[in-house]
Design a binder for this molecule. Structure first.
Ligand code: ADP
Ligand code: MG
Ligand code: ZN
Length: 487
């Protein structure tokens, strides 16, 4: 079988929950975790005769997202009713946008492991409200919580430009970085603030026409999106190669078995009978508003990455890791800002500590960096202490562990534990002398040409000074004394 005959075609529909204080069309709180059915009012419960009023912040967030993804902002957009019945949708329709969405066109740029760039087009970004939640895991009854009814979402619909699970993963990562940098969504996929449906088809390479697509739902992590798409591509490929035909349907992904199974076929699919919502006036956005939002737009991930490479002379890899999460980037900048002595070397040191020691602990504990026990100013001070010659990098490891456990400042730890580096030449000289005298055989061998033994002497001296001897002074003194003995 020749896999290469085919190419996969994928388009993603991403729902992103907006961080507005209140809901899309009423004044109810959007706060997560409140008692069931406490964030509700006649408007979001869909009582007869109520009038929805659009949340201006939602429009502002949509414009922000549209600008960040190079979309055209529609000057005149309208809301539509998307009609369907579901127990957690008391109105019997969802307010969404259909014919005139707020953002159209645009693209998201992804970069694969080899540094190859690719633009994934966007069909549209539109505003809509969320439905409630049915709760099935409370015994034999099903409960309905309507707190989520009316919570604002942006739906971001990509062109079918994605060609693999990996590209889908990279695309989602870009979307997540963008919404979190913009501060319009917390980006938490596990908690449902970012949801993704994947549309997948395959076609013969070179064909213009798109193949029949299936839609996969229930994808609650980045990895699952990637895996589900790859599994589905394989399924369609095997099906077609064995003479079958893909039928249009909706599939659910089961992460435990890494399989997809049918949820509903096209015949059962909804006809939403969209029509303009007569309760809501059109959204009119003038150039001045767009200009205001543009001016207030924060730095975006790729811009920040480039700035780190330029201002802090960091390698691209470092800049990428540090800017992948906004909170990590902010942490890094606070470390760097607190340096007493700013230098390229110190910027790189800070990057190394952050990428390895700090992120290791943050990931192990599965906490955000904001909850990390060492504060940026403390890490910054520790690096200053290294560069001032107060502690060695080896001792710094001990200081780091102690900061982690106790939350104490590095200076206090150095004093308390007596970790200050010894830079006094006569003190170090004495130890060098001692070590050479107590190892006469090794000294003879060294003089006889076994120069590797230099490291052995360094080790012995470090042992005696409990790692506190200034390595440069130690090296210089040791070399001088050994040279003298040679002659
Ligand atoms: P629907 O009306 O079924 O929701 P749309 O045309 O609105 O379909 O497209 C929804 C998503 O599916 C978009 O992201 C689009 O890029 C993608 N898509 C459309 N046709 C295909 C196809 N043949 N294969 C893969 N993805 C597709
Ligand atoms: Mg769809
Ligand atoms: Zn309400």
């Amino acid at each position: 079988m020749d896999w290469n005959k085919y190419e996969a075609v994928i388009g993603l529909e991403v729902h992103s929950q907006m961080l507005t204080e209140t809901k899309a069309f009423c004044g109810c709180s959007t706060k997560f975790g409140n008692p069931p059915n406490s964030n509700v009012c006649p408007v979001c419960l869909g009582m007869p005769g109520v009038l929805p009023v659009l949340n201006k912040q939602l429009v502002e967030f949509a414009i922000k997202m549209g600008l960040a993804t190079h979309c055209r902002i529609t000057p005149y957009s309208i809301f539509a009713r998307k009609n369907y019945f579901y127990p957690d949708l008391p109105k019997g329709y969802q307010i969404s946008q259909f014919e005139e969405p707020i953002c159209v066109g645009g693209y998201v740029e992804i970069e694969n492991k080899d540094g190859k760039k690719k633009k994934i087009g966007l069909v549209r970004i539109h505003m809509e409200e969320d439905a409630g939640k049915s709760i099935h895991d409370q015994g034999s009854e099903t409960f309905v919580d309507l707190n989520r009814c009316g919570v604002p979402l942006l739906e971001i619909v990509s062109e079918p430009d994605i060609r693999s699970g990996e590209e889908a993963y990279l695309y989602l990562q870009q979307i997540r970085q963008t919404v979190t940098y913009l501060g319009i969504c917390d980006g938490n996929m596990e908690e449902g603030s970012l949801r993704c449906d994947a549309n997948v088809s395959i076609r013969l390479r070179g064909d213009e026409m798109l193949g029949t697509k299936v839609e996969i739902k229930n994808l609650n992590s980045f990895r699952n999106v990637e895996r589900a798409i790859d599994v589905e591509i394989d399924r369609q490929y095997l099906l077609i190669e064995s003479g079958g035909r893909v039928k249009q349907e909706t599939l659910l992904y089961d992460a435990d078995t890494n399989e997809v199974r049918s949820m509903r076929s096209k015949e059962e699919a909804n006809d939403y009978r969209y029509f303009p919502d007569p309760d809501l006036v059109p959204v009119v956005i003038d150039d001045a508003w767009i200009a205001r939002v543009k001016k207030a737009q924060p730095e975006l991930p790729l811009e920040r990455r480039d700035r780190y490479m330029h201002d802090f002379s960091l390698p691209k890899y470092d800049a990428e890791v540090l800017t992948a999460e906004k909170d990590v980037a902010e942490y890094y900048e606070q470390v760097v800002a607190s340096f007493k002595v700013k230098s390229k070397e110190a910027y790189k040191q800070a990057s190394n500590y952050l990428m390895t020691d700090v992120l290791r602990v943050v990931n192990e504990k599965n906490i955000g960096i904001r909850k990390f026990s060492i504060r940026p100013a403390q890490l910054s001070r520790m690096i200053d202490l290294i560069n001032e010659g107060t502690i060695s990098t080896k001792i710094a490891k001990e200081v780091f562990e102690e900061m982690l456990q106790t939350g104490q400042d590095p200076d206090a730890i150095v004093e308390k534990k007596g970790l200050r580096q010894v830079s006094d030449e006569s003190a170090i000289g004495e130890v060098v002398e001692e070590v050479l005298q107590s190892n006469p055989d090794e000294v003879q061998k060294y003089i006889g040409g076994k120069e590797k033994l230099f490291g052995f002497f360094v080790g012995e001296i470090m042992k005696k000074t409990r790692g506190k001897a200034n390595p440069k002074i130690l090296n210089d003194l040791l070399r001088q004394k050994l040279e003298k003995l040679k002659n």
